[in-house]
Design a protein around this ligand. Structure first.
Ligand code: ATP
Length: 338
């Protein structure tokens, strides 16, 4: 069995003068829940459409479950469940009747167990109560759930979900998250595009970040976070002395937390008790700060602060949040919905 569920090399899509996807080298390991992130228009949907053989690539190649696409589309797609821009449900049929039609169109789906399969899929996405309702009376969220149910009709090795929580309320979003988790627990690889960092943070094992058609980062969630800077936060009434010590240790002052305040000429924040929160970047990637020296250990920082007479009332190491990393990589804000 190939180790990668999805693998692309130089995958490119050009629409007339627009380069929508530019030389993508994706590597999605089997068993991963891969969060495919990116701002609007960064090329996520186009990539997914190429992966599924819905649109032809301009250049490059893609393999799904070890087989070249779109050449092996007939043998590969039955092993892949997909939710892409809502399938064309018939509005005047019920949810159940729509799913039966889709199931009947799948020649790999045994007819005898169709009714059970459809009922199970509706149950998994929390739509049993509306199973017999006509789809034109469904809300956007319900249609989205029906699309998901359609992707879940058969057990699949790979699920490709384009923005599965679009149109869902917070409760629906939580349900989709736990559904993804349970699918992953069963060994299904899940490739999910999303705007929602919180979603990715909570369910994904791997992340890929798109920006303007290019894949600017990919790896495990830990690697992704680890690539960002770690900040040291010191709570102390002796802010000036603390800053001197941190600077002496080669740390770069005034990162992150202080940035906003620094614009107003303040380099730290003071609380009601008179303690200031001084922040500095430890091992900022690409920082010119400490001329390539290894960052000092946290205990060495605390010892140096104490030795210099700084009253350390709080000390914390804070890793970059996913959102900070995303902004660092794409230069764009993120649509953060918790
Ligand atoms: N059929 C098409 N014809 C022309 N341009 C297109 C077509 N499909 C997509 N594009 C362009 O390609 C770029 C990437 O679009 P795509 O839909 O893949 O981005 P996305 O990351 O999925 O965005 P969103 O999060 O808004 O869905 C956009 O600039 C879009 O306008």
């Amino acid at each position: 069995m190939p180790e990668l569920a999805i693998e692309t090399h130089g995958l490119t899509k050009r629409f007339r003068s627009q380069l929508a996807v530019d030389g993508l080298d994706l590597a999605v390991p089997r068993g991963a829940v891969f969060g495919f992130l990116g701002p609007n228009g960064s090329g996520k949907t186009t990539t997914i459409r190429m992966l599924l053989g819905l649109v032809a690539a301009t250049a490059g190649d893609a393999r799904l479950l070890g087989a070249e696409m779109p050449r092996h589309v007939d043998t590969v797609l039955p092993r892949v469940g997909a939710l892409v821009e809502g399938p064309a449900f018939s509005p005047y049929l019920s949810g159940t009747a729509n799913l039966r039609r889709f199931d009947a169109a799948d020649r790999h789906a045994p007819r005898g167990s169709r009714a059970t399969r459809v009922a199970d899929a509706l149950e998994r996405v929390g739509l049993s109560h509306a199973a017999e309702k006509k789809v034109h009376a469904y809300s956007l969220g319900m249609k989205q759930r029906l699309g998901l149910a359609n992707a879940l009709l058969m057990r699949r090795e790979l699920l490709v979900l384009d923005e599965p929580t679009n149109g869902l309320d917070p409760q629906g979003t939580r349900e989709v998250r736990s559904l993804i988790r349970s699918l992953a627990d069963d060994g299904t690889t899940v490739f999910v595009s999303s705007h929602l960092l919180a979603e990715v943070d909570q369910v994904c094992s791997h992340v890929g970040v798109m920006s303007a058609g290019r894949l600017v980062a990919q790896g495990t969630l830990d690697e992704f976070r680890g690539g960002g800077e770690t900040r040291v936060l010191v709570r102390t009434p002796d802010a000036d002395r603390a800053r001197e010590v941190l600077a002496r240790l080669g740390l770069e002052l005034g990162h992150g937390l202080d940035d906003g305040a620094a614009a107003g000429g303040i380099r730290s924040m003071t609380d009601a008790a008179g303690d200031a929160l001084v922040s500095a970047a430890l091992d900022a990637p690409g920082s010119s700060g400490s001329s390539g020296d290894a960052a000092p250990a946290p205990e060495a920082i605390v010892a140096a602060l104490v030795a210099a007479g700084v009253r350390v009332r709080g000390f914390e190491l804070e890793r970059a949040s996913l959102e900070q990393r995303f902004v660092e990589l794409t230069g764009e804000g993120f649509d953060v919905v918790q």
